[in-house]
Design a protein. Structure first.
Length: 569
C-alpha cells in the first residue's frame, strides 16, 4: 500500500476529530473522484468517529477529576445535556449524530456524569454503525449524480452547507469579531474628528456605541411588554395552585416585596455589623398640610442628629422606578419637596453618595440553602449627552438617538419629572463635556443599563450573600448601589447600598441595548420561575400567601400613591 493511500486513510480517520460530517463528505469525494475503495474508506471514517466519541467522553471523565478542566469544559449546555442522559443513553448518543451542536456537550456530559465506559462505548459503536454507512451512501449517491450534471465543483455544493452547519458557531464568532473591529475602527475615526461618544461616568466602563442605542424592550409600551409575562404568571399560578404565591417569596415583607414594601424597613433589616454598607438615611413622617414648617423643623433636626448634610436625596419610603426621587440642595428645596409630598405618608432622606458608578445586584437564595448567589449584575448610566462645542443642549438632546427617545422627559413635558431647567437648554456645552440630564438613572427617565455579570467576582458575590443572609427571611431581590470604581467594586469595597427591592424587582440587565427581546423574555421567565419556586418552598414551611382580594386591594392602593409623589429630578 502506498504512502499516499495511507495518508488518505489517516486523513479520514482523524477528520471526525474536527467534525464527522466533514469527514463523511471528504470520504465521499475520495470515493467518487479518486476511486478510493469504499470498504476501506468506510472503515477509516467509522473508526475515527468511534475514536473521537471516546476522546470527548474521556475529556468528560478528566473534567470530573480536574477542577481547572471542569471550569473550562462543563458549561450550561453540558449540564443541560446531563439531565437527558440518565435514562436515555443509547437514544441520546444516536440522536447526537443527527442534531447539529449536541454531540460535544452530550458526550462530554457522559464522561462527567460517570456513565460506565463500556456502556458508552457500546452505544457509540452501535450508533456509528447505523449513521456512518447511511450518511456515506447518501453523500456518494448525491455527489455522483450532481457530478454528472455540473462537474467536479459540485462537491463545493455538497460540502458548503455541511461546513456552515458544522462551524456556524465559529463563523458567528469570527463575524462578531470582524464587526466589533469595524465598530472600534469607526469609533477611533469619530474620535479623531472630534466625536466624543466614549466619554463616560467616573469609575464606569466606557459606553462607546451603546451610548446612543435604545433597547428593543424599551420601545414597546409597558402594557404590551409585560402582557406575555402576565400570561405566564397565570400559568405558573395555576400550576402551583395560587396566583398570589410570590407574596411569600420574602415572607417577612409586605406582599413579599412584589411592590409597596418599605425601603427603610428593608435597609434596617441588615445586621448592625453590616449596616456601614448602607448610605446613611433617616425617615420623616409628613403630617397634615398645616404642619409643613413643623415637619421641616423635625426633618432638619433629625438630619443633624444623624450627621446628614446637604445635598441629600429625598424619596418616598414606598416607591418604584424613581418616582418622587429628587436631589435636594438646601433647606428651601427640602421645604418645597415636603410641601408637594402627600400627607400622612413617610419619606426617606438619604445622604448623597457622590460616586457616578451605579449598579443593580440581583440576589437569590432558596430556603434551607446555606448560601445564596448573585444572579445578575448590571451597570446603570444616568441619561446624558456630550457637548461638541457648537450645539445647544436642546439640539444635542434632539440629535442623539437615545436622549431624543426620552426627549419629552428631559424637556420637562411630563408631570412626574422636572427635566432640564429651561435656562440650560439653550446653553452650548464645551466639547467633550458630559452633561447629566437627570439625577435618577431609572429606565423611565432614559437611564441606560448594561449587563456587567463579567465583573462579578467571588468576593463581591460573597459580600452580598453575607449582607442578604443577615436580613430576616430575605430570599429574592435587588440591591441598588453606588460605587467608586469598577476595580473597587470587584474587590467588594467602596460601594454603598442606596435601596433594596423585594421579589418584584427586575434583573435590570434585560434593558441592555445589546440584549435581544427574546433574550430579555427568557431571562424574565427564568426569574419568574425562580420566584414561584422560592415562594413554594416558603409555603411548605408554613407561610401563607395573601388572599387574592387582599392582594388586589394592596395593588390598587399602591398604584394610586405613585402619581401623588413630587416630580423626580
Amino acid at each position: 500500500m502506498s504512502y499516499q493511500l495511507l495518508a488518505k486513510y489517516a486523513l479520514l480517520f482523524f477528520a471526525p476529530f474536527l467534525h464527522e460530517d466533514l469527514a463523511i463528505v471528504t470520504a465521499g469525494l475520495l470515493i467518487v473522484e479518486h476511486r478510493l475503495p469504499i470498504a476501506f474508506a468506510l472503515a477509516s471514517v467509522y473508526a475515527g468517529v468511534v475514536a473521537s466519541d471516546l476522546t470527548i467522553f474521556g475529556l468528560g471523565v478528566a473534567a470530573r477529576r480536574l477542577p481547572g478542566l471542569r471550569r473550562i469544559l462543563i458549561g450550561e449546555r453540558a449540564r443541560s445535556a446531563a439531565e437527558r442522559l440518565r435514562d436515555h443513553l443509547a437514544l441520546s448518543v444516536a440522536l447526537c449524530h443527527l442534531l447539529p451542536g449536541t454531540l460535544f456537550p452530550t458526550f462530554l456530559a457522559c464522561g462527567w456524569l460517570g456513565v460506565p465506559a463500556r456502556r458508552f462505548a457500546l452505544a457509540s459503536v452501535l450508533a456509528a454503525a447505523l449513521y456512518v454507512p447511511l450518511a456515506l451512501l447518501l453523500v456518494v449517491t448525491l455527489g455522483s449524480a450532481v457530478l454528472r450534471a455540473v462537474g467536479w465543483w459540485s462537491w463545493a455544493v455538497v460540502a458548503a452547507p455541511v461546513a456552515i452547519l458544522a462551524f456556524r458557531g465559529s463563523l458567528r464568532r469570527v463575524w462578531s469579531g470582524l464587526a466589533s473591529a469595524w465598530r472600534r475602527a469607526h469609533q477611533v475615526a469619530r474620535e479623531r474628528h472630534g466625536a466624543t461618544e466614549v466619554a463616560t461616568h467616573r469609575g464606569m466602563p466606557a459606553l462607546g456605541r451603546l451610548a446612543r442605542k435604545v433597547a428593543s424592550s424599551e420601545r414597546i409600551p409597558a402594557v404590551l411588554f409585560y402582557a406575555p409575562l402576565a400570561a405566564r404568571w397565570i400559568t405558573l399560578g395555576l400550576r402551583y395552585g395560587s396566583l398570589t404565591l410570590p407574596t411569600v417569596a420574602n415572607p417577612k415583607l409586605e406582599a413579599g416585596g412584589l411592590w409597596g414594601e418599605s425601603k427603610s424597613a428593608l435597609m434596617r433589616q441588615i445586621g448592625p455589623e453590616l449596616r456601614h454598607w448602607v448610605a446613611a438615611f433617616i425617615t420623616v413622617h409628613r403630617g397634615a398640610l398645616s404642619e409643613l414648617d413643623t415637619d421641616l423643623a423635625r426633618a432638619l433636626s433629625a438630619m443633624a442628629g444623624a450627621s446628614l448634610h446637604f445635598p441629600i436625596v429625598a424619596k418616598p419610603d414606598v416607591g418604584w422606578q424613581g418616582y418622587g426621587v429628587r436631589l435636594v440642595a438646601n433647606a428651601a428645596e427640602l421645604r418645597d419637596y415636603l410641601a408637594r409630598f402627600p400627607v400622612n405618608n413617610r419619606l426617606l432622606l438619604q445622604q448623597l453618595v457622590d460616586w457616578d458608578g451605579e449598579a443593580g445586584v440581583y440576589y437569590a437564595r432558596r430556603p434551607a440553602e446555606p448560601t445564596g448567589r448573585v444572579l445578575g449584575l448590571a451597570f446603570r448610566y444616568f441619561p446624558h449627552v456630550v457637548g461638541d462645542g457648537r450645539s445647544t443642549l436642546r439640539e444635542l438632546i434632539a440629535a442623539d438617538e437615545r436622549t431624543s427617545f426620552k426627549g419629552h422627559v428631559h424637556l420637562g413635558a411630563v408631570r412626574d419629572h422636572l427635566g432640564v431647567h429651561s435656562d440650560e437648554l439653550d446653553t452650548v456645552p464645551a466639547a467633550g463635556r458630559v452633561v447629566r440630564l437627570a439625577f435618577i438613572g431609572s429606565i423611565r427617565a432614559g437611564g441606560l443599563y448594561r449587563d456587567a455579570l463579567s465583573h462579578l467576582t467571588p468576593a463581591l458575590s460573597e459580600r452580598f450573600d453575607t449582607i442578604a443572609r443577615s436580613m430576616d427571611e430575605f430570599y429574592l431581590g435587588r440591591f441598588d448601589i453606588r460605587f467608586a470604581s469598577v476595580e473597587r467594586l470587584e474587590a467588594a469595597e467602596n460601594f454603598a447600598i442606596i435601596e433594596i427591592n423585594g421579589a418584584g424587582s427586575e434583573p435590570i440587565q434585560i434593558w441592555d441595548p445589546d440584549r435581544t427581546l427574546g433574550a430579555a423574555y427568557r431571562e424574565l421567565a427564568r426569574y419568574q420561575s425562580l420566584m414561584f419556586d422560592i415562594a413554594q418552598r416558603n409555603r411548605s414551611r408554613g407561610y401563607r400567601p395573601m388572599r387574592l382580594s387582599d392582594f388586589m386591594r394592596w395593588t390598587w392602593r399602591y398604584s394610586r400613591m405613585l402619581p401623588s409623589y413630587p416630580a423626580s429630578s
